[in-house]
Design a protein around this ligand. Sequence first.
Ligand code: BG6
Length: 482
Amino acid sequence: MGLRKDFLWGGAIAANQVEGAWDTDGKGLSVADVATYKPNVDVKDYRKQVGVTMSGIEQAIQDTDTKYYPKRRGIDFYHRYPEDLELFHEMGFKTLRLSIAWTRIFPTGEESEPNQAGLDYYKAMFNKMHKLGIEPIVTLSHYEMPLALATKYNGWEDRKVIDLFVRFCKTCFVAYKDDVKYWLTFNEIDSVTRHPFTSAGIIPDQTDNLLQVEYQAFHHQFVASAMVTKACHEIIPGSQVGCMLTKLTDYPNSSDPRDVLASFNENTMNYFPADVQVFGEYPALVLNYFKKQKIHIDMTSADLDILKKNTVDFVTFSYYMSLVSSYDENNLTLTTGNTIVGGKNPHLPVTEWGWTVDPVGLRISLLQLYDRYHKPLMIVENGMGAKDELTADHQIHDDYRIKYFRTHFKEMIKAVDAGVDLLGYTSWAPIDLVSASTSQMSKRYGFIYVDEDDLGNGSLKRYRKDSFAWYQKVIKTNGIDL
Ligand code: BG6
């Protein structure tokens, strides 16, 4: 059987991790612009990097440098995107998943008129993509909400943010109705409870009942996502709107039924945001969890109606690793992902950053998601952060990365052969960029090397890694020659 003929091969990036130009052409500060790089912190404990406080934010607003705020400089994609898109085209990309920075369009989120320079920037980018035959898949919120909405409203805790986000999205739909068919609302929507500030603008030390506020923020994002789905379908006939989940595939630590139950519970909580977006209602088990935890969500009947009537067209997800659960945490050795801590699987290797490498887990994830949702799927993030060495003759021999992708693609194709309807695959990330969690450059993901270190030193020149030619061949043969 194999992959469909029009399979969307490509890569995925986010504005705040590549663009830089943090204060150019009217852009406002986003939550990403205050994320700091901390040189001496254990990268396996990301939470020390991203622990956010109001005083830390105030200090960051005063700082005007980019040295310790790598997302402010990114990889200068803002100015270099034509060259980078040409490189993606050379690899044969059919698609590129990217995000629109809300703060380029509405710098504080509350302006009455959009910033024309921001709208023009993405218009030019989409034009270039279409000339190169690259279909854009656009994420509307990828860890980069206006900082002003975080400090003023505690982010998505406040219902007011729904309308502000819907206005931003409608502005994008009108501006790019001829350019973009595929839209995703919230990146890794399940991440609100893992990193509330980055994901939802919630400032933990300004928040009394964090768990309650996190689930309220979830609810506001669900309602916003449904309203945006409706608007997108109305403004752009034929458009497709997807949800985006971090697929945290969890296995029981043993066949002890208590471990199986613990794993079931983990998976239930991981699926729940996508359940709401696909089925248009909260799962009963999750509502019961809220009751038990004394979480009271402000949820109107109008909200429930909006959710029910405006479900997503397709399901997208990131897959990096699997985890293991037990009824007794003492039975587990813990390991980390970027923002994830969980049980380590003794059968699987881990990367230098602690991520479990589990290609079969990707097949399992595809089967589970398709079986649960009966919707077309797209893998919109998958990849491996690693240290690369640039040789004196500007080569990067990244056989470890090729191995990672090859093993994952084999499993992906097996899932398709088993009957999964898979629309496409976008690697994270096709070009080195600033890490979301640790703000490092040295944790490299790309097929293209960017000459820049963690503190921003380097020529920013791009070099093709060995994996570049390999991915080019994979795309050319539609996954037959791995
Ligand atoms: C995903 C995010 O969680 O993982 C991306 O959607 C992120 O933004 C990616 O970059 C890899 O994580 P990290 O922390 O290594 O950049």
